[in-house]
Design a protein around this ligand. Sequence first.
Ligand SMILES: [Zn+2]
Length: 219
Amino acid sequence: MLGPVTTGRPTTARSHRRPRSRAIRVVLALVAVAAVLGIAVVVVPMLRPAGPRPLFQMPVTCGETWQLSTYPGHDDYDVDFFPTEGETWGRPVLASYGGTVTVAGINGSLGGRTPENPDGPRGRGGGYWVKIDHGGKWETQYLHMLEPPLVTVGQKVAQGDQIGRLGSTGNSGAPHLHYEQRRGWEKVETHFDGTPSGITTDEREQILRRVSNNCPAVS
Ligand SMILES: [Zn+2]
C-alpha cells in the first residue's frame, strides 16, 4: 500500500498558489475587458456614419468675389483661395461653419514669407493653421495664415467668426488660403452655400470664381 502521494513540497504551498493564480486570472480578465473597451472606444466612432453635411460657407468675407483654384500635385479636393480685388495679405479668414477649434498652431515650419518680404524663405507644411470640428465627423482646415490664429483649441466658434488672417506661412508660394473640408478621415469636394465647388481633382489646373455668402445671420 502506497503512502500519501506528495510533491515534495509542503502542502501549504498549494493553498498559497491558488489565490495567486486567481489574482492573475482576475488581472488578465481586467486586461481583456480594458482591451475590449479600448477597441470599442477607438473603433465604434470609426464605424459611426457621418452626419449630414453642414451648410458650409466660403471662409472669406460676405459679398466678396474670390478665386478658387487648384493645380497638378496639390491634392484632390484641396482649394486655394485668392481674393480678386484688394490686398491679399492679412485678409480675414472666417469659420465656414460653427464648431469647436481642435487645432490652432503651426504645422511644419513657418518660413519667412511676410508682407515686407514676400519672397523670403519658404517654410514647410501648413504654417499657421486652424482645424474646426463641426460635429457629425465633419471638419474644415485653414492653412498658411499670416500670424498665430485668433482662436485657441477648445474654443467654440460660430459661422463667420474670424479665426485668423491670410498669409503665406509654411509651404506657400504666394499669399493665399489653403482650405479643405473633410468627412471622417476623407477629404471631400468642398461645398459652399449648398453648392459643390466643382474642384474634385488635382490632375489639372482649375480656376473659378465665387461670391462668398458667409454673411451675418439676419436677426
Ligand atoms: Zn493649397
